[in-house]
Design a protein around this ligand. Structure first.
Ligand SMILES: *Cc1c(COP(=O)(O)O)cnc(C)c1O
Length: 392
């Protein structure tokens, strides 16, 4: 577990760091200096844990799926992050960072969102903890993701349209950063995955690590052994994956598998399979693998699931991949859809399209009957009904 910590400059091996414009140095420096002591503080931990328990609904169950186990002839458990308040693991990080912002005496929260899931989680935490909330979202995404935009507004957040460039996530990110530079004293910027400049990847990983802490304890209660043979999680930026892996890294037994979005196929030109295609570079303030052209331009990614539609991965995952501590695989849009419908019929759980990528990989494994597999079911499928309707 210790080995997962980045160094003082935020590096996991050669990945990570903080590559930001000079005007952001004061904001980041404050966070870098303070986040660790705030997170270690016992009254912070107490407040965080009690909100995770009584507000978000943790611990989420670890469900032994008899039906999946029978189908795949192995021992298959689902970690039910879909049962969290707001329907996914993102609330763990949103609550953590908004609490942290309060300890830093910030009055105001900003965040960027693509599909709107992180925006909804952040707006939720801000409503609960009484902080002013502004969410930046590309104009195109505002059109595509109406229900989440309405949710944010009902929760009291201001949704600001990013109207430059492709009017999607990266443009919303630019707007949020500009806003942060202009308001360094009273504003905290909540990033939604283990991406961005140091200390975000480590901070978000720590907030999400509650997932693997619970898995270990719950599996021990159920089987007498807290260490499964495999943990499988989908990977966009990688926050649910690192949360599910955190307490199992280097345990000498558990194989950690992160599943990227293959889109229409790794070589189709419509993919978000970062490790399969990516080269080292800098994206959103950290050094990591990303999908880029020969001359270093970021390539527009594609995935059927909005949450995996990202051209990079968190630096910690580049490190885990390069050191062989985790394995990165990919499945296609179609395989994810099939897996989502399969689980819906088999177990009565409609998963998020993102989570369905993790499930789909089960179909490609060579499992033994005694293998214990935990799938991190990162979210529920309500938000994906429009897509599911088209294919069912
Ligand atoms: C946002 C999201 C993801 C992808 O983000 P990670 O940081 O890679 O976890 C995965 N699943 C669900 C349900 C999401 O909402």
């Amino acid at each position: 577990m210790k080995k997962l910590k980045p160094d003082k400059q935020g590096y996991y091996g050669e990945f990570g760091g903080a590559f930001v414009p000079e005007m952001l140095y004061p904001n980041l420096y404050e966070l870098q200096e303070q986040y660790e002591s705030i997170l270690q503080n016992s009254s912070f931990q107490e407040e965080f844990k009690s909100l995770l328990r009584d507000y978000a609904g943790r611990p989420t169950p670890l469900f032994f799926s008899k039906n999946l186990s029978k189908h795949f002839n192995a021992q298959i458990y689902l970690k039910r992050e879909d049962l969290n308040h707001t329907g996914a693991h993102k609330i763990n990080n949103a609550i953590g960072q908004v609490l942290l912002a309060k300890r830093l005496n910030k009055k105001r929260i900003i965040a960027e969102t693509g599909a709107g899931q992180h925006g909804v989680a952040t707006a939720t935490a801000c409503a609960l903890l009484n902080l002013d909330c502004t969410i930046f979202m590309g104009e195109v995404d505002i059109d595509r993701q109406k229900p989440n935009v309405e949710r944010m507004r009902i929760l009291g957040a201001k949704v600001v349209a990013a109207t430059s460039g492709s009017k999607t996530l990266k443009d919303a990110t630019n707007e949020a950063i500009r806003e942060w530079i202009n308001n360094p004293v009273d504003t905290h910027y909540v990033i939604g995955s283990v991406v961005g400049p140091h200390p975000y990847p480590d901070m978000v990983a720590q907030f999400q690590s509650v997932i693997s802490q619970e898995i270990k304890q719950q599996l021990k209660e159920k089987t007498g052994n807290g260490h499964p043979d495999y943990i499988i999680a989908c990977m966009g930026g990688g926050s649910n994956a690192i949360g599910a892996f955190y307490h199992f890294i280097d345990n000498g037994k558990t194989k950690l598998i992160a599943v990227e979005a293959g889109g229409e196929g790794v070589y189709s030109g419509k993919t978000a399979a970062t490790i399969a295609l990516g080269k080292k570079g800098i994206i959103h303030g950290s050094k990591t693998y990303l999908i880029q052209t020969e001359d270093g331009q970021i390539v527009e990614p594609h995935s059927i699931s909005a949450g995996l539609d990202y051209p990079g991965i968190g630096p910690v995952h580049s490190y885990l991949h390069d050191t062989g501590k985790a394995q990165v695989v990919n499945v296609t849009d179609q395989e994810a859809l099939d897996a989502a419908f399969h689980l819906s019929k088999l177990d009565g759980i409609i998963p998020a399209l993102e989570s369905a990528h993790a499930l789909a990989y089960l179909h490609k494994m060579n499992l033994k009957e005694r293998d214990v597999i935990v799938i991190n079911l990162s979210g529920r499928g309500d938000k994906d009904m429009l897509t599911y309707q088209k294919f069912v």
